[in-house]
Design a binder for this molecule. Structure first.
Ligand code: OVM
Length: 402
C-alpha cells in the first residue's frame, strides 16, 4: 500500500474566483454542496467544503485545519505572504491565544456598549441627511459613510487619510484569493495606502482612550510588545471597515428587494439586530476562508493528505438546505443564529459585537424614519475575491409620516 491520494473524491472545474462565479455565486454554491461533503477543485489543486456540517466542523477543529499557513490560497510554508502575517487571523494556538486574549480584552462587551451613544448621534444625522435627499446611493452615501466615520473614531485614528481604509481592506480581502486580475487591479499603486496604514498602527498616532491605544495598554499583560500591538491594530483596520460596509450595503439591498421584510423592521425597529443577522446569513460579506490540513484527515470517506489547502464556503454553508429551512428565502423573523458568516470557533470574528452594534444602531435609526425603500436604478456589484457587496446601490426612501 502507498500513500497516494485516494481519488474517489468528486472533482469540480469551477473557479470560485472568476468573475462569472463571483457575479452569481449561489448556483455554483449549490453545485458544490451537491457534489459532496468535500470536493476537489481541479483548477487550483485544492479542496472545498460547501455544506454547513463540514464547514462548521472544520472551523471548530483548528488542530487539523490550521490558519498559520494562511487563510487564503497562498501557502505561507511555500510562498512569501502578501504582508507580514496577522497575529490573529493567520496564527494557531498557542501564539494565536495571546493575541486573541489581548483583542478580546479590548473589545469587551462593556467597551463595545460604551460606543452606542456616539454611534447613535452619527446614525441619526446620517439618516436625516439621506431622508432629506430622498434619492441617494446607499453604498457611498450610507453603508460606507457610517463605518468609515464611527469605526476610525472608535479606534482613535486621525481624520486625515481615512479614505485609505476602504482601499486597504479591499486589497487585503482580494489577497486571500489567487493573484488574478481582480487582485492586481486592487493592489495597483497602493504603496501609499500601505504606508499610511502602517503609520496609523503606531501608538503615537492613536488618540488616547481609543481602541487602538487600549491595545497598547493591554498588550503587555499578554506578553505582547509594541511591535505586536501595532500588528493587532492592523487587524482592526484590516477587518473592521470593508466587512461592515458590505454588510450594511447588502442589508439595504435585501430590504429594497424584499419590501415586506422592511415593513416588518419598520413596524418594530427593535428587529433591526435580528434582521442584520439574517442579512449576514443570506448575503454573507465574507464568502470564503481557507484552512490548511496539519495531517491526513478523512472526511466522509475521502482522505485529504497533510498540507492541503481547503476552501471553506461560509456563504454556501449559510444557504445549505441540509441545515436551513427555505435557505434562499430572506426572512428577518427566522432564527439566523448558527450561520457561519462570522466564522465559528477560536477564530470567530472578534469584532462581531461591534459590527452588530453598528448595524443595530444604523438600521434601527433608518427603520424609525423610513417606511419604504425602493431601488432607483441598477445596483452594481463590487468584485472581490473574498467579499460580497455592492459598488453602487441607487435607492429612494419614503419617510414615515411623523
Ligand atoms: C487581520 C485580518 C485581516 C482581514 C480579515 C480578518 C476577517 C482579519 O489582519 O487580522 O478577519
Amino acid at each position: 500500500m502507498s500513500a497516494t491520494i485516494t481519488s474517489d473524491a468528486p472533482v469540480s472545474r469551477l473557479d470560485p474566483f472568476s468573475e462569472r462565479f463571483l457575479n452569481d455565486p449561489y448556483p455554483p454554491h449549490r453545485e458544490l454542496r451537491d457534489a459532496g461533503p468535500v470536493v476537489r477543485l481541479e483548477r487550483y489543486g485544492i479542496w472545498a467544503m460547501a455544506r454547513h456540517e463540514q464547514v462548521h466542523a472544520a472551523l471548530n477543529d483548528p488542530e487539523t485545519f490550521r490558519s498559520a499557513a494562511g487563510v487564503g490560497l497562498a501557502d505561507f510554508t511555500k510562498e512569501k505572504p502578501f504582508r507580514p502575517p496577522s497575529l490573529l487571523l493567520e496564527a494557531d494556538p498557542p501564539e494565536h491565544s495571546r493575541a486573541r486574549r489581548t483583542i478580546t480584552g479590548v473589545l469587551s462587551p462593556k467597551r463595545v456598549r460604551s460606543l452606542r451613544e456616539a454611534f447613535e448621534r452619527e446614525a441619526h444625522a446620517l439618516v436625516e441627511r439621506v431622508v432629506d435627499q430622498g434619492r441617494f446611493d446607499a453604498v457611498d452615501e450610507f453603508a460606507e459613510a457610517f463605518p468609515t466615520k464611527v469605526f476610525p473614531d472608535a479606534v482613535g485614528v486621525p481624520d486625515k487619510g481615512r479614505e485609505n481604509l476602504m482601499a486597504y481592506g479591499n486589497m487585503v480581502f482580494n489577497a486571500f484569493g489567487p493573484q488574478n486580475e481582480i487582485f492586481r487591479e486592487s493592489a495597483k499603486g497602493q504603496d501609499e495606502v500601505r504606508e499610511w496604514i502602517a503609520e496609523m498602527c503606531l501608538r503615537e498616532n492613536l488618540r488616547d482612550g481609543g481602541l487602538g491605544a487600549d491595545i497598547y495598554e493591554h498588550a503587555p499583560r499578554h506578553e505582547m510588545g509594541p511591535d505586536e500591538a501595532a500588528l493587532l491594530v492592523r487587524s482592526l483596520l484590516s477587518a473592521g471597515v470593508d466587512t461592515t460596509v458590505h454588510g450594511l450595503g447588502n442589508a439595504i439591498y435585501c430590504f429594497a428587494t424584499h419590501p415586506d421584510q422592511w415593513a416588518a423592521v419598520h413596524a418594530d425597529p427593535s428587529r433591526a439586530r435580528a434582521a442584520f443577522e439574517e442579512v449576514v446569513r443570506f448575503e454573507s460579506p465574507v464568502q470564503t476562508f481557507f484552512r490548511t490540513t496539519t495531517r491526513a484527515v478523512e472526511v466522509e470517506g475521502v482522505t485529504l493528505p497533510e498540507g492541503e489547502k481547503v476552501l471553506l464556503f461560509l456563504a454556501a454553508a449559510n444557504r445549505d438546505p441540509r441545515h436551513w429551512e427555505e435557505p434562499d428565502r430572506f426572512d428577518v423573523e427566522r432564527r439566523a443564529s448558527g450561520h457561519v458568516g462570522f466564522g465559528s470557533g477560536i477564530h470567530a470574528c472578534v469584532g462581531q459585537m461591534l459590527a452588530r452594534l453598528e448595524a443595530d444602531v444604523l438600521i434601527g435609526a433608518l427603520a424609525r424614519r423610513v417606511e419604504a425603500i425602493e431601488l432607483d436604478g441598477e445596483p452594481e456589484l463590487k468584485l472581490n475575491n473574498t467579499l460580497r457587496g455592492l459598488a453602487s446601490l441607487p435607492v429612494r426612501v419614503h419617510p414615515a409620516s411623523a
